[in-house]
Design a protein around this ligand. Structure first.
Ligand SMILES: Nc1ncnc2c1ncn2[C@@H]1O[C@H](COP(=O)(O)OP(=O)(O)OP(=O)(O)O)[C@@H](O)[C@H]1O
Ligand SMILES: [Mg+2]
Length: 226
């Protein structure tokens, strides 16, 4: 299949002689893909390989046709990555400054208005000038997501984007991610969110053990976990 936005071919990853991904082959071409599985099964490793944060010991990874290990900059300029630790992604002291930095390509005169719109959209209205250090964990996660998504990436990879969020914000972010026009990969333990995707991938002990329509894959995960 050539229209896959993400392609893993026989990818293994060994760290300190311990295999953490084992011969993973996957073609992701659905608009919304959920990645599910137990703690330590390899989901984040799979996601981190998509932006070159982790490199395969063997096999090949292609993201939008690019090799993230060799062309990391080009991949990161096209793909929006949202990882579990929001602190690592917030660069400036306040939400307004951080968003303005992400909006570098927006004409200066329009930037402040756009920042206000984004703060509102992400449940952070009125917090533009509050020091990031004083935001709650969930508010930081919302900001990290906003800063990535406002750059209009061609592909989005999010690792547990709703983990720190309350019900209302989890729903807000889930709706937002699921409504994106670009292909989106969501690593999640939220099986309701996974069920709303077009395709699901199941990891178990470093292996990709199922890929297909979410209901069947979720059912298999439930059976594996029983
Ligand atoms: N840098 C590392 N060094 C050694 N082992 C690692 C490293 N990173 C991950 N691992 C191991 O690889 C395995 C897979 O980790 P990974 O973070 O991909 O799991 P996960 O499926 O995302 O789990 P969770 O649901 O808890 O986030 C785990 O056993 C983990 O301990
Ligand atoms: Mg993880």
């Amino acid at each position: 299949m050539t229209d896959a936005h993400i392609a893993f071919d026989d990818v293994s990853c060994v760290v300190d002689d311990v295999p953490i991904l084992r011969s993973v082959t996957a073609r992701l071409s659905a608009r919304r893909t959920a990645v599910i599985g137990a703690n330590g099964s390899g989901k984040s490793t799979f996601a981190r390989m998509m932006n070159g944060l982790r490199q395969p010991t063997s096999g090949s990874v292609r993201v939008l046709g690019l090799d993230p290990a060799a062309e990391g900059m080009r991949v990161r300029s096209r793909v929006g990555f949202v990882f579990t630790n929001p602190e690592a992604q917030i660069l400036l002291p306040t939400p307004a400054e951080d968003l303005a930095l992400s909006l570098g390509s927006v004409p200066r005169a329009m930037r402040a208005t756009r920042v206000e719109q984004i703060l509102e959209q992400y449940g952070l209205a009125g917090r533009g000038d509050q020091p990031v250090s004083e935001l709650s964990g969930g508010q930081r996660q919302l900001l990290a997501l906003a800063a990535v998504l406002c750059t209009d990436p061609q592909l989005v990879v999010a690792d547990e984007p709703t983990t720190l969020l309350d019900l209302r914000n989890a729903r807000r972010i889930a709706d937002l991610l699921l409504g994106l026009a670009v292909p989106t990969v969501i690593v999640t333990h939220d099986l309701d969110l996974a069920a709303r995707c077009d395709e699901a991938v199941l990891f178990d002990d470093g292996r990709l053990v199922a890929i297909g329509a979410p209901p069947g894959v979720i059912e298999m995960y439930r059976r594996l976990s029983a």
